[in-house]
Design a protein around this ligand. Structure first.
Ligand code: RTP
Ligand code: MG
Length: 138
């Protein structure tokens, strides 16, 4: 067993489309524990820290604007290899090609050159998870 924690977000498109419950149900059905959970209006300051690695990329500013467009649900999950496991549940970044059965593959609709609505975020490493949990939950 390798018990990890992951920072997961239901992004503004997921909250607005009332998919929060569906997404959390998949997480719980998989056996991950929700150890922190809140609905937040992310600030630019939080988002600039969260998306630090993407500064300067063409999608950075539209991404931040999208994340400011409505409330986000932030959660900390705990479970065996949950970092990789949640990313597998989420599916690949672009919902158009994300596999059916994944959150993005089943529910993701919108992907444009400047629109990155793919419903969820999940930490991609132990280091990212620690950093992101501190940003969102202090
Ligand atoms: P996430 O961080 O949200 O879990 O997603 P990810 O690892 O699959 O994707 P990442 O490369 O970290 O990108 C973060 C978010 O930026 C938007 N994005 N847009 N237009 C584009 O080419 C593009 N690439 C990334 C997405 O919202 C992605 O989730
Ligand atoms: Mg990422």
């Amino acid at each position: 067993m390798s018990v990890e924690r992951s920072l997961v977000l239901v992004k503004p498109d997921g909250v607005q489309r009332q998919l929060t419950g569906t997404i959390l149900a998949r997480i719980e059905a998989k056996g991950y524990r929700i150890v922190e959970l809140k609905l937040v209006e992310a600030t630019r300051e939080v988002l600039e820290k969260h998306y630090e690695e993407h500064v300067g990329k063409p999608f950075y500013e539209p991404l931040v604007e999208f994340m400011l467009s409505g409330p986000t649900v932030a959660a900390v999950l705990e479970g065996d290899r949950v970092i990789e496991g949640f990313r597998s549940l989420a599916g690949t970044t672009d919902p158009t090609t994300a596999a059916p059965g994944t959150i993005r593959g089943d529910f993701g609709r919108d992907w444009g050159e400047k629109v990155q609505k793919n419903l969820v975020h999940g930490s991609d490493s132990v280091e990212s998870a620690e950093r992101e949990i501190a940003i969102w939950f202090g």
